[in-house]
Write a protein that binds this ligand. Sequence first.
Ligand code: G6P
Length: 367
Amino acid sequence: GSIGKDGYRHYMEKELHEHPLVIGQTLQRMVDPASRRVILPDLPFNLAEVPRAVITACGSAFFAGMIGRYWLEEIARLPVDIDVASEMRYRNPPLTEGSVGLLISQSGETADTLAALRSLRQKAIHIVSVLNVEHSTMARESDVVLGTVAGPEISVASTKAFTAQLTVLACFAIATARARGKLDVLAEEHLVSALLDLPSRAAEVFNQTDAIRAMAQVVVEARDVLYLGRGSMFPVAMEGALKLKEISYIHAEAYAAGEMKHGPISLIDRTVPIVATAPSNALFEKTLSNLQEAKARGGRLLVFTDTKGAERVSAIAEQMVVLPHVHDFVAPILQTIPVQMLAYEVAVMKGTDVDQPRNLAKSVTVE
Ligand code: G6P
């Protein structure tokens, strides 16, 4: 049957509010409740012997893949190559046989991602697809499907499928780390606990709706917006900039905060707001000093942080949104939610067609 909006203004708003639920459902599929350990479906290859990973996807799913790369490198110490599928399919990169290919797609039908899947398969890469539609073309052509349990996503701009993709990728990184002998039982328990804690922490993000709307009042007046983040928060910034462009038609660009001084800093003045994602992690101080540089040039700072970072951020930011402090490993999942909400609130203020933005399609099945 048809799916309603359940009293929300748009499907996108409804789906944003489903983040806690879909993270929980996806974890139920991937974590054994008794042992609190990650479980993967049977793999037709030995994860311990995989020499490298190659990740590819389009749109938001690609940014999920970028966060997946940080996790695989950091906890599993696995070398990762990553590119958007429209490049990967023609790049002809030298790949090591027996590597794992992680293909990420909500629909499982995106033409470029499917073509990349086929080209990796020809190179004897094991195809592990992270898919929301489990009866899709990509599902049929994969060795293994890791399902994101997000349910149907109607809004063209992806929201809940993205956090579900991240949840699956985090679990896959944990399983890979364990298989490679990089994670002992205690360390795994620690990471899994942080994941299991996420649905409740994600529900708390909605207490910040007013603060997000206050940020949106600034963004809605802008013609250009600069999004900044470092480390795993850089792809979160990219996701935020993409969402803003897609549904509010305001130009946004995401930059690794440390790279800003090599270019975009010349754009900064009062008319170009800076949206930064800066929870109190290992790169917090570095990010803050980049933000100081922007502020010194007249930049207006709109900052997403957490309870531990709030005091430092409040000293420099014009607006801030304070999220619960969570383990660094899962912070990109939590920090994505308010960044997507900001784009939504700006689009609503502008009165755009939020669920069906012009020129975009939910699933792009042509090249
Ligand atoms: C379209 C949508 C994006 C989505 C991308 C990839 O461009 O507008 O929201 O991220 O396709 O779609 P997929 O189904 O492969 O995740």
